[in-house]
Design a protein around this ligand. Structure first.
Ligand code: ZN
Ligand code: ZN
Length: 329
């Protein structure tokens, strides 16, 4: 029996993982908007995920909340549910479902590289693996993030009259880029767009050291020189960014290994920094979980399905999982 259907419903319990529309009971893998929606009756997640959902959507974004800590098991009827760190962003979790000894693991978004700001990814053995596939093509090999950030440090040294504007998603990426800048020895105040403030403060309250940050709107004069400003990628494209004179635009994203994207977004300093697994991490994880069956979601599934089949592992895109069964009935 497949414990999960292709909408990630744990069928015997009617609990959905990362549902896209309001349900009675939802397990949320992490607080990114494509996984965490508001309006569920009950949300089960890590404390950090619940906190961040409340920051972003309001205290009443679900009727009730239940915290599940990493490694802690929740037993409902014959099903054991355990959350493990996914290393993607603060609070991100993989979800292990143990049903009468059959283990199904849903990775959610994950990366195996330790970013020092989220709890490191834990490898969990399972029978069936439901894996994300965002960067599921062999062309995707993320470079070392510490090396990527040096591009900014070098540019700051060479362009002392310019403002360095770095586009980063507000949750996870912004804090990672700030932390990487600090690790590379950058001690100056970093200026942030207002949209980043609450999440940055939440990370800092969780003992993640981001150094001195200042909200850009507190400044009257935008003629910053030799400074770093972090803003959501959308802000780089709109009027907001025109106030900066002598700006050098940068962005941090795993997609920027594609030259076309760099050109499209007019990025002068592309930082190939991702919070998702690249091809090597995905395939290595599949092998190491020893899963006999792998279902892929969330991206480039075909190449991974092909890779699995060549290795003798049963594989399918999650979207068609279970559908054949219905037809046969
Ligand atoms: Zn995510
Ligand atoms: Zn995602």
């Amino acid at each position: 029996m497949n414990i999960l259907d292709n909408r990630l419903n744990i069928k015997p319990l009617n609990i959905f993982i990362d549902p896209q529309y309001p349900v009675e009971k939802a397990i949320i893998s992490h607080a990114h908007a494509d996984h965490a929606k508001s309006g569920h009756d009950k949300v089960l997640a890590t404390k950090e995920t619940i906190d961040i959902m409340k920051i972003r959507y309001g205290e009443n974004c679900a009727k009730s909340f239940q915290v599940i800590n990493y490694g802690e098991s929740l037993k409902i009827n014959d099903v054991d549910i355990t959350l493990y760190p996914a290393g993607h962003i603060l609070g991100s979790a993989q979800i292990l479902i143990n049903f009468k000894g059959q283990k199904t693991l849903v990775t959610g978004d994950y990366k195996t590289v330790d970013d020092k700001i989220s709890t490191p990814f834990e490898l969990i053995k399972c029978d069936t693996l439901v894996s994300e596939a965002t960067f599921g093509l062999p062309i995707f090999r993320h470079p070392n993030a510490n090396e990527e950030i040096k591009k900014i440090i070098t540019s700051l040294n060479n362009n002392s009259r310019s403002t360095h504007l770095i586009g980063c998603y507000a949750l996870g990426k912004a804090q990672r880029v700030i932390s990487l800048l600090r690790d590379s020895g950058y001690k100056e105040t970093i200026f942030i767009h207002g949209a980043l403030e609450k999440i940055c403060r939440y990370y800092m309250n969780n003992n993640i050291k981001l150094g001195n940050l200042e909200k850009i709107s507190n400044l009257k004069d935008f003629d910053l020189k030799n400074n770093v400003v972090i803003a959501p990628p959308s802000a780089l494209k709109d009027r907001w960014s025109r106030r900066f004179k002598n700006k050098i635009s940068s962005q941090a994203s795993g997609w920027l290994s594609i030259k076309q994207r760099v050109k499209q977004n007019q990025i002068e300093i592309p930082l190939v920094i991702s919070d998702h697994s690249d091809w090597n991490e995905l395939t290595k994880t599949i092998t190491n979980t020893r899963a006999e069956k792998v279902l892929f979601m969330h991206g480039n599934e075909e190449a991974l399905v092909y890779w699995c089949k060549k290795k003798g592992i049963d594989a399918l895109p999650l979207s068609i999982h279970g559908l054949k069964e219905k037809v046969e009935k």
